[in-house]
Design a protein around this ligand. Sequence first.
Ligand SMILES: O=C(CO)COP(=O)(O)O
Length: 250
Amino acid sequence: MILRPLVAGNWKMNGLRASLAEIEAMGAAYDDALRVRAELIVCPPATLIALAREIATRGGLGVGGQDCHAEASGAHTGDISAEMLKDAGASYVIVGHSERRSDHGETDADVRAKAAAALSAGLTPIICVGETRAEREAGDALSVVGAQIEGSLPADAPAHIVVAYEPVWAIGTGLTPTVDDVAEMHAFARERIEARLGGGKSGDVRILYGGSVKPSNARELMHVANVDGALVGGASLTAKEFIGVASAYV
Ligand SMILES: O=C(CO)COP(=O)(O)O
């Protein structure tokens, strides 16, 4: 089956209220031709989700969070639950981003629990996996990503979950894997997702590529087999670049 591509913008720890003008501009540029081809969402910092939601909805975009706690509520100062993100207007949440894994020591088990919490709250988790440069150079990229998929996806997850392959060495560096490497990894990821979820569900799971996606390389990367969209960092901060990436689908 042909999946509707998802182009998701991860703003990371960037964005003040003034940045909402970019979401307004994204909506204005998200025309009918693009809408039928690709779903667009933006994941701003949690402080902007409720405000972003109103503006994004007018423009036909969705909104996501960047992380959630594994529990629904409780004594976890500074954390945000999936239910809170949903309440603020999010429909997606990124979990297991490599920056969370490295900055906060999140393990596959933590990521799996967060993904399960997201699903219970009615959010679609975007579950991130990806190898480091040292792991790729050692020839371990496939085995590392395979183990992350096995460990980070809830075994009973539905087919509407999203998996994002983001090689750590490609994030924010301007470097990208070759088209052949992306094709190899995404085909392998789909096999491992099938092994984890079973029942033919993997055919409906969108697998995004992330890491230095820009308007100049999006067309090439987005048309690789088994690439069902992009998770975009730096180039999602402005409407011009984000729509430039999404336009790979028009
Ligand atoms: O980490 C990323 C998205 O989650 C990718 O970031 P860049 O697009 O800035 O490389």
